[in-house]
Design a protein around this ligand. Sequence first.
Ligand code: UD1
Ligand code: CA
Length: 457
Amino acid sequence: MNKAIILAGGQGKRMKADMPKPLFKVLGEPMLEWVISACIESGIADICVIKGFRGEMIDEYLGGRFTTALQAERLGTGHAVMQGIPFLKNDMSGNTLVLCGDAPFIDAETIGESLKMHTEQDNAVTVITAELEAPHGYGRIIRTESGISGIVEQKDADEEQKQIREVNSGAYWFRTEDLTELLEKLDCNNAQNEYYLTDTISIALSEGKKAGAYKSANAEIIRGANDRKDLLELNDYARKAVIEKHLANGVEFVCTDGVIIERGVEIGAGTQIQPGTIIRGKTRIGSGCILGPNAVVANSKIGDNVEIDTSHIYDSEIESGVIIGPFVHVRPDSLIKSGARIGDFVEIKNSQIGEKTAVSHLVYIGDSDVGKKVNIGCGTATVNYDGISKSRCVIGDNCFIGCNTNLIAPIKLGKAVYTAAGTTVTRDVPDYALAIDRGVMKVNEGYTLRKLKTVKK
Ligand code: UD1
Ligand code: CA
């Protein structure tokens, strides 16, 4: 079976952070995750991640999803792969893909096509390459008439070799059995005193095995980040690529300033994304929506023709035709049903809002089930927390909740209940009733005049 080894031992000193480099994020996901997902998309699920610097952070991030092996000392890319030998020996039948955990743009097509070449040519090793305008720093591919003769690192290259623009991406296919043999033969007799994985090519050839080079049409597979500026460039590149995909799918952008859309997001045709809008995670958005300006939507499902203006929505579902904002915060596990109107300065948490219900201004709804065609007056609060535990409020269909009503949970209002403005509701209210809780209002005539007199003295 085919499998993959991902090198994730790098520190990234120039990032100036105490974190393994592959955990730095591009469009909200660690670079390592981009590499993993390219493997998964190519049908490779048996993965070993080689960790080094702050290896425990890699383990914590992966949460047991894949095998890991520790490279305790940083002695080169060949030495890093050697740490995966026990993993390789579990199953020697197929091929092993070696990838760098800090080159996020490796893609499934390159992986698939290079494997095709690797198996068709019956190679022991096939290196994935790309042609660069500025090849400085990379290992150069030395081609011969019959194929490839080796890879020369920048620091070991002569002037002529430095002119070569085809470079090693750091990704390779190996026949697994050959890889274990080749690793045993590596030494560190070179300018950096490292075990170079690249030497496997010349060793394979000297042993009469076959080696090849697959040149990817996508030079972006080479891209990595050594410092924060590089990382920003990776983010910019990925951000634009995602926006271009949505443009091709019929999504409208008036101006892409401040627009960040993570790559797992789906958006229907005819939806308009306005500036400052950030859409994260596994969000699905229907068609005909208007998002923004300044909307943040994360891990949520949004129906068709929804408007979200200057509001944040997290881990929730918004059905079709809902209008939200400005200044609304929808917190996790909420469901806003079709045609509802959620106005400004409203917070909704772990609640369901029924069809065509209006929650127009200055309201907190937490842990509640609100029916359909309800009107929630300005300043209403569900009092869901007593300092120890949280309780639910149930508000029936067609209720009319007066301004500044407090609903002390747990509580249940039946169908079409009215609450008078300012009422604190402490008991359940049956269908069609009015809940009113008010002191008798007094009017003290002439009060102001008398008060002013005392002040003036
Ligand atoms: C390596 C290749 C070079 C190629 C380049 C592509 C070698 C000798 N050279 O260069 O031909 O053009 O990648 O980016 O392989 N790593 C470890 N442990 C180590 C050393 C490296 O885990 O001891 C990891 C790094 O974290 C990184 C990857 O291996 O993910 C590549 O290492 P890096 O030092 O960035 O590559 P170069 O040596 O510059
Ligand atoms: Ca190096």
